[in-house]
Design a protein around this ligand. Structure first.
Ligand SMILES: C[S@@+](CC[C@H](N)C(=O)[O-])C[C@H]1O[C@@H](n2cnc3c(N)ncnc32)[C@H](O)[C@@H]1O
Length: 320
């Protein structure tokens, strides 16, 4: 598919027959005056975010981080769900246990980074993990001024992989894409990920419809009119060779954890109390009917089918 391999039949990460279009990330709208308030809402629920949001399975990390990466930036790292998975992958998948690899986590919210510091403990002989306050529009790393040459001795090569999980929709996209290019190595990769609940599942669809009534922003349609996938960086001059992978997996949790997870969504954190209360009553009612089991609802097991969307692009070469 011209470098774009969504749900490709030869992609054994995606079961055959699952090719029913490009999953739609829940994007939001930057022109909406509430957008900035929602972007910072995570600060009010950082602990709950760390506890209840889904992580990223090893299969996803294996797609996102090439084995030979020497430096990885987790941009909008939040509580470190992806950072921790990247560190574990580097330690587990390399003979040198990731020794010497540099992993940098950047986020604007100190509350999220406090959780990250708690959760992501670099092993003594593993990758070096640095935590920096900053944003996608102002990444606190040096400029790579020409192929393989930086303007400081601190980072002579630039970053090999920039990861953005569940966050690109919060960014000023053109500014963020230019910033990622500024600090990236020659042939460096930019990988945008979204963990999406699979709406082909009836329970997921019902819960999503209920979330719609509580202010869930519209899903992004990342397709061309003919149905082919459109990368989120379609017009960015610095990024090329877009490639899409969808990894399917199942999240196992309890109904109580699923309910708590909804309370980490930015629009629900910022919702009026009566909207949030009504939503919670209706969600409990829905789950009580849909999730089998005789014990207390909160303890009943739930399987949530997930589709992780990974859009990957390569930094175009630059000249002096
Ligand atoms: C939904 S969380 C994702 C966190 C983490 N990447 C994960 O997968 O769990 C979104 C994160 O984006 C961060 N964020 C929002 N606007 C940002 C911006 N302009 N630049 C960098 N990060 C931003 C928030 O602080 C928050 O931690």
């Amino acid at each position: 598919m011209g470098g774009v391999g969504v749900d490709a039949a030869d992609d054994d990460r995606t079961p055959a027959g699952a090719a029913t279009g490009v999953p739609r990330p829940n994007y939001g709208d930057r022109s909406d005056p509430g957008h900035a308030a929602r972007a910072s809402a995570f600060a009010l629920a950082a602990g709950e975010y760390a506890r209840f949001r889904p992580g990223y399975p090893a299969e996803v990390i294996a797609v996102a981080v090439p084995d030979d990466a020497a430096s990885v930036l987790d941009l909008a790292a939040g509580t470190g769900k992806l950072t921790g998975a990247v560190v574990a992958h580097l330690v587990g998948s390399r003979p040198d246990r990731g020794a010497g690899v540099r992993v940098v986590a950047v986020d604007p919210l100190p509350e999220m980074l406090a959780e990250l510091r708690r959760a992501v403990v670099a092993p003594v002989s593993g990758p070096v993990v640095e935590v920096l306050t900053g944003s996608a529009e102002h990444i606190p790393l040096p400029t790579v001024v020409a192929d393989g040459v930086a303007d400081t001795a601190a980072d002579p090569a630039g970053v090999d992989v920039v990861l953005v999980a569940q966050a690109f929709h919060w960014f000023d996209a053109p500014a963020a894409l230019a910033e990622a290019a500024r600090i990236s190595a020659r042939d460096g990769r930019l990988v945008l990920l979204w963990n999406l609940e699979d709406r082909r599942d009836a329970l997921v669809d019902d819960v999503t419809r209920l979330l719609d009534t509580a202010g869930r922003p519209a899903d992004a349609d990342l397709t061309e009119p003919d149905g082919t996938p459109r990368p989120p960086y379609a017009d960015a001059p610095d990024w090329t060779d877009p490639d899409l992978t969808v990894v399917e997996w199942v999240d196992h949790l309890t109904a109580g954890e699923l309910i708590a997870r909804t309370q980490t969504y930015s629009y629900l954190i910022r919702a009026e109390p009566d909207v949030r209360d009504r939503f919670l009553v209706e969600l409990r009612d829905l789950l009580d009917r849909a999730v089998p089991g005789s014990g207390p609802l909160v303890d009943r097991p739930v399987e949530v089918p997930m589709r992780t969307l990974l859009w990957s692009a390569r930094r175009r070469g630059r000249s002096r």
